[in-house]
Write a protein that binds this ligand. Structure first.
Ligand SMILES: [Zn+2]
Length: 305
């Protein structure tokens, strides 16, 4: 019965907005950057019949949208910026951690008996030996839901992906792992998605490059990331699988300033439930409810079919 049930991947990219054309935007003139290259006031070029839902990241709270509040909102469906009265940058503070620990998408799916769920990213031994004082929203969500953390052994066995997906940064940290091409990393991610009802993958180098205003770095990272995503979409069964790409705020689409932008972010939906999900996503608060509803519906379909 498990095989007849649909699966869903949430592909989170930190700091990717919908910008305007111009020399500040590394996407302008970049060839083969679809589906990531999306411009305001232009019809999007999205392969594999993906649907764009331009998504508000400002959440009705003054100021520039930030990572901790935006990610908490994506991962819970609760307007975290409104809840704490501000956009919170970096890592979640105690009030945001409380929201994640009570309401994360992992917990909501568990309550809805959506089984099984996973975070595809890899953690190194150092994380467990010298636990950082501040943890990311995703790490807090994984921990609170009692999910297993993937470690480097899982990656070596082809069961996990590092956050840079090529493994280059993991090798810099002294791990003896093979470099993966975008195609190879896509195969691993596709096999993880096929084995789970819900998979989360997180990529955040885009945000770091945006803050560094690194134009050449941006072009190379965006091309590689776009290639990974196209390869992944080509390897998934989109009749049974839904893919949602989204971001917490803009950044890399405007390198003229080191700050986050006020631009909408692209939520792009492919596959089985793309129309229903794209139709209801208007703000970051809509992502988790849309996923939970789609997978609950998938539960019912799987049981009746
Ligand atoms: Zn961010």
């Amino acid at each position: 019965m498990a095989n007849s049930q649909s699966s869903l991947l949430l592909f989170f990219i930190d700091g990717l907005g919908i910008g305007t054309r111009g020399p500040q935007n590394p996407f302008d003139g970049l060839v083969e950057a679809e589906p990531l290259a999306i411009f305001q006031h232009e019809p999007p070029q999205i392969p594999f019949n993906g649907i764009l839902a331009a998504t508000d990241a400002c959440l009705g709270v003054p100021g520039r949208p930030q990572s901790a509040s935006g990610q908490t909102t994506i991962l819970t469906g609760i307007n975290a910026a409104a809840a704490i009265g501000a956009h919170k940058q970096g890592f979640p503070n105690p009030p945001l951690l409380d929201i994640i620990r009570e309401h994360s998408i992992f917990l909501q799916l568990k309550k809805s008996e959506v089984d099984s769920i996973t975070f595809a990213n890899t953690y190194t031994k150092q994380f467990f030996e010298r636990r950082p004082r501040w943890i990311s929203a995703t790490t807090a969500a994984v921990e609170a839901a009692g999910l297993r953390f993937n470690v480097v052994e899982d990656l070596k066995a082809g069961r996990a992906v590092y956050h840079d997906f090529t493994n280059a940064l993991l090798r810099e940290r002294g791990e003896t792992v093979k470099i993966r091409t975008p195609d190879e990393a896509a195969s691993v991610l596709a096999s993880i998605v096929a084995r789970h009802r819900f998979t989360l993958y997180e990529y955040f180098i885009t945000d770091k490059i945006g803050h560094a205003q690194d134009y050449e770095g941006a072009k190379s990272v965006l091309l590689s990331l776009a290639k990974l995503i196209r390869s992944l979409l080509g390897q998934l069964d989109l009749n049974e699988t839904t893919v949602i790409l989204t971001s917490d705020h803009g950044n890399i689409e405007d390198l003229s300033a080191r700050n986050h932008t006020l631009n909408p972010v692209p939520t792009i939906v492919w596959g089985k439930d793309r129309e229903a999900i794209a139709n209801r996503v208007r703000s970051l608060t809509d992502i988790t409810p849309a996923i939970v509803e789609a997978l609950r519906k998938g539960n019912a379909d799987g049981q009746s079919g």
